[in-house]
Design a protein around this ligand. Structure first.
Ligand code: ATP
Length: 235
């Protein structure tokens, strides 16, 4: 469904992605593991059209994403929830959520239906819908970020480090929400440093080091892989 084939990305003379090939099939939850700076965000930013690949191809449902505008990519169903949430802190929760539906702004009835679903999924956001997003707790802000992405009607959702900086109980809830979204039919690509929690809900995973895929496998093979346990799980 979403397939990267030998994708390369340069920042000036620095090669951040070096021939990355990976894929997510329809309905899969695929995890991307890697240390700080391995290139996880670069993969997502390239898929979203925010960085231009220096080489290779990214296909979504048979359509080439490289060269498309970010708004066209969102409209095609590939939606990113960025690292660090990137909310508009002065704007209300509701405004932040509705901004996610920008490319579908002509369909008010459809957007209202999805907004109702998002507020049903995160009841605390319904309570706080008129509050500035920046006044919410970290976990609640992450829910706004995920909710905003859902407003974009993702068929493939790219989640960049959604558990970053959150307390353990909140992290657990975030992973439960991600699993629920996937089980409802959305394909998910999840970049995480919280390897154990991410692998537990994954179907498959890739390990990225210095811009290259160095390992791939299904959940159990990676959970039981000695090198992965040592490097990413600490066991
Ligand atoms: P993190 O979790 O820290 O975001 P990551 O795996 O997502 O790590 P990237 O953010 O994709 O990694 O970064 C990959 C490499 O590219 C790093 O060495 C980073 O310093 C470098 N890099 C990222 N963005 C830029 C940029 N705009 N200009 C130059 N170098 C960059």
């Amino acid at each position: 469904m979403l397939a990267f084939d030998k994708v390369s990305l340069n920042y000036g003379s620095f090669r951040a992605l070096d021939g990355v090939s990976l894929h997510a099939r329809e309905g899969e939850l695929v995890v991307l593991l890697g240390a700080n700076g391995a290139g996880k965000s670069s993969i997502f930013l390239t898929a979203s059209g925010l960085h231009k690949a220096a080489g290779g191809s990214i296909q979504f449902k048979g359509q080439e994403l490289v060269g498309m505008k970010p708004s066209q990519i969102v409209a095609s169903g590939v939606v990113q929830c960025p690292e660090g949430r990137k909310l508009f802190p002065q704007m209300s929760v509701l405004k932040n959520l509705t901004l996610g539906a920008y490319v579908h702004r002509g369909d008010r009835a459809g957007n209202q239906k999805i907004l109702d679903e998002v507020l049903g999924m995160f009841p605390i956001l319904a309570e706080k819908k008129d509050d500035p997003a920046g006044s919410l707790s970290g976990g609640q802000q992450q829910m706004v970020a995920i909710g905003r992405a859902l407003m974009g009607r993702p068929k493939a959702l790219l989640l960049d480090e959604p558990s970053l900086g959150l307390a353990p109980l909140v992290v657990k809830m975030v992973f439960e929400v991600i699993q629920r979204i996937n089980q409802a039919g959305t394909t998910v690509l999840l970049a995480e440093q919280n390897a154990f929690a991410a692998l537990r809900i994954a179907h498959r995973a890739y390990v990225l080091e210095r811009g290259r895929i160095v390992l791939e496998g299904d959940r159990n093979s990676l959970l039981n892989n000695e090198a992965v346990r040592r490097a990413y799980i600490g066991a």
